[in-house]
Design a protein around this ligand. Structure first.
Ligand SMILES: [Zn+2]
Length: 408
């Protein structure tokens, strides 16, 4: 049962479908509340949207400062001549002003450029307002609360609503599959027009949340409190890493390049095998079998890179952009695994000999066996297109049998 919990947590962290950093804040807030609750004695069985909002404000508070290193780097750049095209376009004052703002934590953009995550803007606004009352009071949330109790209360309520409307009901959705592994709610929201995330539950409205006609409690599932407390030391740095990585990516900061330089799979480096694999697959996407132009074909790691840092040909296929992005970091289900394991060896071996690219057949297959053997049934797997399902016991057996047959 604990592997299922960890699998879900890792999947949640690596999922790319979030447009803001809210999920990281929400997870850390949940962990904090559980760890603190444990300290006050007694296990925590539920937390409220308000408690989460208060914690989330504490977490984002320091993020609303300007990022000093970016500012310094920009000053150096601007002192240099000639100006970079970006700075020339942006104009010096504008660029410096941007560098003085908080780092972006949202991928959404509007006509005038990229927009900031709502929660970050709201905190930054309150900090600015509080500074006008007392220049030192914006340093910490509790000082700001003392300086401007009404403004602070408004902030808590606004952040609470953003959390209730956005990350809280969406956190446990993978693809289109909603599978709670942390908490249950008494209400739901629309995932898309007319389609509730949890059909049968009342739809959340701000009024219902405020007047208490819908519960503001997240009921933790059995065992979740114990797991969050015992795993907090492992989860916290992991969440910090993912969060920083997303912010680095959103703000085009060099930290991201450093990490991908040290540990990442570079897409460019897979270029030499793209064409041979594409030819082997007859110019079709491995997963959906649609024709794909060589220029649109993407090399995909069948066992995701996050799980097995293996570039050997055995772990690579060519896929269309749709399949590649839908599959993302998900493990493939039987629909993709069985054809993949059944791929004729001769073509791959030939390609490996012709290009000098390693095949890594044994390593990939033995890892595959280890991974699928230790998965708990119920773990989300990719079934093709936007379809995400749960791994069944039969399916697991079928995959392991196929692997066993190949070993003989
Ligand atoms: Zn495809």
């Amino acid at each position: 049962m604990d592997t299922l919990f960890l699998e879900r947590m890792l999947l949640l962290l690596s999922q790319g479908s979030f447009t803001t950093t809210y999920k990281y804040a929400l997870l850390l807030a949940l962990i904090d509340l559980n760890v603190e609750g444990a300290g006050r004695g007694g296990p925590v069985s539920s937390v409220t949207t308000r408690q989460l909002a208060e914690r989330v404000i504490v977490l984002y508070w320091p993020h609303t400062r300007p990022y000093a290193r970016r500012r310094a780097a920009l000053r150096r750049l601007m002192a240099s001549r000639p100006l970079t095209p970006h700075l020339r376009r942006a104009g010096r004052p504008k660029a410096l002003q941007d560098a003085g703002r908080a780092l972006l934590q949202s991928t959404t953009s509007h006509k005038r450029g990229r927009s900031q995550a709502e929660i970050v803007s709201k905190i930054a606004d309150l900090r600015a307002a509080v500074r006008r009352i007392d220049p030192r009071a914006d340093r910490r949330p509790h000082l700001a609360q003392r300086a401007d109790p009404k403004g602070f209360e408004r902030l808590v309520r606004e952040v609470e609503w953003v959390l209730a409307e956005k990350p809280i009901p969406r956190l446990q959705v993978v693809g289109r599959l909603h599978e709670p592994f942390l908490y249950r709610l008494d209400w739901t929201i629309e995932q898309s027009k007319g389609r509730l995330i949890e059909p049968g539950l009342p739809k959340l409205t701000e009024r219902a949340l405020r007047d208490g006609s819908l519960s503001n409690a997240l009921t933790l599932l059995p065992g979740v409190h114990e797991r969050l407390v015992s795993l907090s030391a492992v989860l916290r740095p992991l969440i910090h890493r993912h969060w920083s990585d997303m912010v680095a990516r959103l703000n085009a900061l060099p930290e991201r390049h450093l990490e991908s330089f040290l540990f990442g799979a570079s897409r460019a480096s897979l270029a030499p095998v793209r064409e041979p694999l594409w030819s082997l697959q007859g110019g079709r996407c491995f997963y959906c079998a649609r024709r794909v132009a060589l220029s649109d074909a993407e090399v995909d790691h069948v066992l995701p890179w996050s799980r097995l840092a293996e570039d050997g040909l055995e772990n690579l296929v060519v896929a269309c952009a749709d399949c590649n992005s839908a599959k993302s970091d998900l493990l493939p289900g039987r629909e993709a695994v069985l054809p993949w394991l059944g791929r004729p060896a001769a073509g791959l071996t030939r390609t490996s000999e012709a290009t000098g690219w390693p095949l890594a057949r044994d390593r990939v297959r033995s890892t595959c066996a280890v991974v699928y053997r230790q998965l708990s049934p119920g773990v989300p797997v990719w079934r093709g297109g936007g379809d995400v399902g749960r791994l069944t016991e039969d399916e697991q057996r079928e995959i392991l049998t196929a692997l066993g047959r190949l070993e003989d």
